[in-house]
Unconditional design. Structure first.
Length: 150
């Protein structure tokens, strides 16, 4: 590992410990040339998940997009940030647990809809109105009726 201070290759590990709930390793290092210490993190490299958008373009999966959508749906609702993070973690666990490395944005949206329904009813309707692109009040009412019937 190259020292970030003097660029020497002469560094060594002085301490290692698990980090991020055992998903990575934190290593404390020291440079033998300049004597400065620095920290590195080691993570398992995962194969990127590709999302197929509605217009058939493909882009790399981005957790922040799901998190942002759920946070907007939960705006001014009694939903904690931890609940939103747990919801996104659950969605990610399901997505990365699949064998397919390409997934449609529709499938991701449905997964989020299933999870957000249990989190907050108003957030569910907000998310559904954007995700399903409600064009008029009747479509909106049909979704509400489906939810109330369950």
């Amino acid at each position: 590992m190259k020292c970030p201070f003097c660029s020497s290759d002469n560094t060594r590990v002085i301490d290692s410990r698990p980090a991020d709930e055992n998903t990575s390793i934190r290593r404390r290092r020291v440079c033998d040339s300049c004597g400065k210490r620095f920290t590195t993190y080691e993570k398992v490299e995962t194969i990127p998940l590709i999302v197929i958008k509605k217009d058939n373009t493909r882009e790399q999966y981005d957790r922040a997009k799901i998190e942002g959508g759920v946070l907007r749906a939960c705006h001014k609702r009694p939903v904690s940030v931890n609940s939103v993070a747990n919801l996104v973690d659950e969605v990610e666990t399901e997505l990365f647990g699949r064998e397919d490395k390409e997934i449609s944005s529709d499938e991701i949206g449905e997964l989020v809809m299933d999870k957000i329904k249990d989190l907050d009813a108003v957030a569910y309707v907000r998310f559904a109105s954007v995700y399903r692109e409600f064009k008029d009040v009747n479509t909106f009412m049909n979704e509400l009726k489906k939810m109330l019937d369950k």
